[in-house]
Design a protein around this ligand. Structure first.
Ligand SMILES: [Zn+2]
Length: 71
C-alpha cells in the first residue's frame, strides 16, 4: 500500500495522470495502464487475475487498484 501511495503522490506531483504518461519509456505499460484496467471497478474482479479491486482516495482523486497485480 505504501508503495502504491508513493507512486501516486509522485505522479500527482509531476502534473497528474494524462494518457501520455501511461506508457513507460521502455514501451511496456506502466502503473497507470494497469489503473485503467481497474478504474471505477471497486469490488469487482480484476480483469487480469480475478482478485477484488480496491478503492483508495488520494487527495481529490479516487484510485482503483488490484492488490495481487501491484508489486
Ligand atoms: Zn489483478
Amino acid at each position: 500500500m505504501s508503495e502504491i501511495k508513493l507512486v501516486l503522490e509522485q505522479a500527482i506531483a509531476q502534473g497528474g495522470t494524462t494518457l501520455k504518461d501511461f506508457s513507460q519509456t521502455d514501451g511496456k505499460p506502466g502503473y497507470f495502464a494497469q489503473e485503467l484496467q481497474v478504474y471505477g471497478r471497486s469490488g469487482e474482479p480484476c480483469r487480469l487475475c480475478g482478485n477484488e479491486i480496491k478503492e483508495m482516495k488520494i487527495g481529490q482523486r479516487n484510485t482503483f487498484f488490484c492488490d495481487a497485480c501491484q508489486s
